[in-house]
Design a protein around this ligand. Structure first.
Ligand code: ZN
Length: 259
């Protein structure tokens, strides 16, 4: 299977790589006091595998109603297939699609013709798009070849009505929110903190909140790669105002997901 799925293999071929079942996610949530988790799909080369994985996410979310919220993976072939899968997953209870790695899908995010049907399908169903974004500089890691701020920005300009979450702090995009025109383009863009301790010093929280605003930062762990307790204790050690900590650790997500 790993040979047929080179991008999956890039991240999961290592003996250190971790995977979790829905039950393991819920059990870890219980252990660390997490009420609700967004569980994400990934990018498969095979459309059948993509569909099967999405079914698992949707069934798991239905089974653990309220505890797990499904974001489904986009299928690999063509914009029409993507739009159809958005429809199907929306009907199955998905709240978003992603985590999307456009490089894996061969999707040019600056191409209006290629991305518009997808954006329209997502908007029609009020679904959120979660993008794997990464830094243009710094240490390499499996999956780093994602969307840099430079690559994601044209997409955000093309689809201003789409709600987007840029994972891993947007690869540094929050810094450019200090430019007024970028701040306007980020009106419906959020940033998650997944894998933060692997990437940034803890000061990233207060700096990013200053740059994009406290309403735009969503706690993410990257479980099971990163167990929830590590970033949770990092955030709690920062002495952020209680209100801000509450927003980052769930208040913003609750509002965004309409929970
Ligand atoms: Zn990612």
């Amino acid at each position: 299977m790993l040979q047929a799925e080179p991008h999956f293999a890039e991240v999961f071929a290592s003996p250190k790589a971790r995977m979790a079942t829905a039950e393991e996610v819920v059990s870890s949530m219980e252990q660390h006091g997490v009420d609700t988790s967004v569980v994400l799909g990934t990018n498969w080369c095979s459309p059948e595998r993509s569909r099967e994985a999405n079914d698992y996410l949707l069934e798991s979310a239905a089974r653990h109603r309220g505890r797990l919220v499904a974001f489904c993976g986009l299928p690999p072939r063509g914009t029409e297939a993507m739009s159809l899968e958005v429809e199907r997953c929306a009907a199955g209870g998905a709240r978003g699609m992603g985590e999307l790695r456009p490089d894996v899908m061969g999707l040019d995010m600056s191409d209006e013709t290629a991305t518009t049907p997808l954006a329209e399908a997502l908007e029609r169903h009020r679904l959120i798009l979660l993008l794997h974004t990464s830094e243009p500089v710094g240490h390499p890691y499996p999956g780093k070849a994602g969307l840099t701020p430079e690559a994601v920005y044209p997409f955000l300009l093309l689809h201003p009505n789409l709600t987007v979450v840029c994972a891993h702090w947007g690869g540094g995009l929050p810094f450019y929110a200090l430019m007024p025109e970028v701040a306007r383009a980020l009106e419906r863009t959020y940033f998650d903190t997944s894998a933060s301790p692997f990437l940034y010093r803890p000061q990233i929280y207060s700096h990013a909140i200053q740059m994009v605003g406290e309403a735009k930062v969503l706690f993410g762990s990257d479980f099971p790669l990163m167990p929830q307790h590590r970033p949770l204790s990092e955030i709690r050690s920062l002495s952020l105002p209680q209100r801000v900590e509450h927003l980052v650790l769930g208040g913003n997500a609750t509002k965004l997901l309409g929970l």
